[in-house]
Design a protein around this ligand. Structure first.
Ligand SMILES: Nc1nc(SCCc2ccccc2)c2[nH]cnc2n1
Length: 158
């Protein structure tokens, strides 16, 4: 039997190198005006990891060489039928030089100076788990940019 609401499979990749994180300011489309990792849709014929690596290269001009799954977030927006199923990856090594694209800037932030007030409101909850090497799963319900409900747990794996 079919389960509940339709899920939209998306990726999000955070490049974390020692005490700094590579973030992009989204210039247009979904999440415009917020800093975020790099990601987007998974295309037919590619794996979720391949999709994450493709989006990173398209949006930031680099090829991650050690990307690994770190968590899974479900995001529901009041009034929208589909739920976003975001597969979160991190990487610490890459080839090339971070290069701004039409979609995203490329800016390094110290792990203690992350611009959470200019990021999605859920990020401040799971970034600490990501940065300490842990894994996480969460669900957040939004009304526009505000969290109206949510749960988050540290898990043994992604
Ligand atoms: N950090 C974060 N990211 C997203 S969407 C990431 C996936 C995506 C979707 C569309 C285009 C590019 C990337 C969020 N949504 C609600 N909270 C959130 N937090």
């Amino acid at each position: 039997a079919a389960s509940g609401r339709p899920l939209k499979l998306l990726t999000l990749l955070l490049v974390v190198q020692g005490d700094r994180v590579l973030l992009g300011m989204k210039k247009r489309g979904f999440g415009m005006g917020k800093y975020n990792g790099y990601g987007g849709k998974v295309e037919a014929g590619e794996t979720v990891l391949e999709g994450a690596l493709r989006e990173l290269h398209e949006e930031a001009g680099i090829k991650a060489t050690d990307a690994t799954p770190r968590g899974r977030m479900l995001f529901e927006f009041r009034g929208e039928e589909t739920v976003m199923d975001v597969r979160v990856f991190s990487a610490s090594a890459f080839e090339g030089e971070p290069t701004e694209s039409e979609e995203m800037t490329t800016e390094w932030f110290g792990v203690d100076k992350l611009p959470f007030d200019r990021m999605w409101a859920d990020d401040r909850h799971w970034f600490p788990i990501l940065l300490d090497g842990g894994f996480f799963r969460g669900y957040f319900e939004f009304e526009k940019d505000k969290i109206v409900d949510g749960v988050l747990e540290r898990t043994a794996d992604a």
